[in-house]
Design a protein around this ligand. Sequence first.
Ligand code: XIL
Length: 469
Amino acid sequence: MRTSRTFTTPRTGPGAVPRTAPRTPFRVRLSAVLAAVATVGALVTAGASTAQAADTPLRDLAAAKGKVIGTAVTGSKLTGTYGDLAGAQFSALTPGNAMKWGSVEPTQGTFNWTEADQIVAFAEAHGQQVRGHTLVWHSQNPSWLTNGTWTPAQLSTLLNDHIATEAGRYKGRIAAWDVVNEPFNEDGTYRSTLWYNGLGSGYIAQALTAARAADPAAELYINDYNVEGVNAKSTALYNLVKSLKDSGVPIDGVGLQAHLILGQVPSTLQQNIQRFADLGVDVAITELDVRMALPSDSTKLAQQKADFKAVTAACVAVTRCAGVTVWGFTDSDSWVDSTFPGYGAATPYDANYAPKPAYYGIAEALGGTQSTEGCAATYAITNQWNSGFTGQVTIACSGAALSSWHANWTFGSGQVITNAWNATCTQSGAAVSCANASYNGTVPDGGSVSFGFNASWSGSNTAPTVTLS
Ligand code: XIL
């Protein structure tokens, strides 16, 4: 697992994935129905072009880029629509809670692997990787462990035994383990935890070494939050990884959790991913969500799309970035609402499993074509004289939103655009394509954007059909 990241989905046989999503290529199918009667001085709004998105599953888009797209899941929900989407759209699963120490060993020596086993089995049945999460953490530990009094030697044994037991149980079935979770404070000092306080910072190397022994095929990661951009905390992590590598401690990757706030993708994200890659480790975005102050609205959802797209694009841009995992794929299965009061709507699907603009942000960054489903363009001739005319195109969205657009059409009788405003139009022969200006790429749900142009005509001036892309 440490050398090859190529992921393939079995198409036939026992590992085949039951798909609910359409299998057609991710492109825009346009069926334009513009009524083509251009009456001088009257708006031509008799028809509009509509676009259908053909949703290539995210996992197929990601595979084509050599990336993994994952989601955190709750085992008990893996049926019905939730299970269908988790299986069809994602190429990796991370148990949201099921593999944490408090889940698997609530009483010392008594183990409960039910949910973890279920998730691993589901992943294998759907040709998915599993990200093991997490072996060593300060949180969600069993009370017997946190309330106990332990000598350093006892702590060391507890740590080794836990890793041997859990990583050993799933040996060969876990693509990557978040071996150590959240070891740093914001200022880059080590977090004071059961492990650090008892064993010093050496607990990290110890845990990685034990994990390698338990499952030699698994990629071993250190995972943390607020380490997405270049800052004191990520620099501490960088220095740790460098020193671990220098000392020959097994470390294969760094997880950037990416629990982000709307509009706050760090500008240094890609640079930060690259500097870790340059150390000789992989990087993964492990827990992406983008929370917003509730209620959500179309403007916030458009920003959220841009944020998901930017994070995914930063990973796509760096070869050693293995992939992106979202921390829950539906707003009905997110930790955000209960953890950050007043915030929510942090995932790519709404609570009813409808893909949000954020979903299309991920898809676009993975090479999918922007969906324009739910948006339509209307062409109008607002003025016409003997040799010229003024045209106006209005793009309106309902139940959807765009973050950028192109309006495309073919003139039928030799018309030639002479100038345009509120868009950049290019014409090649009869083919016209107008791109949004820097300030009007966003078409919010329930909103519209217009641009205009002047053109020459002679003979006839039939209104063309406008398509969106
Ligand atoms: C969260 C889970 O999603 C919640 O269900 C649980 O109540 C608390 O933990 N960083 C991590 C994850 O590494 O394990 C956390 O998951 C979110 C923050």
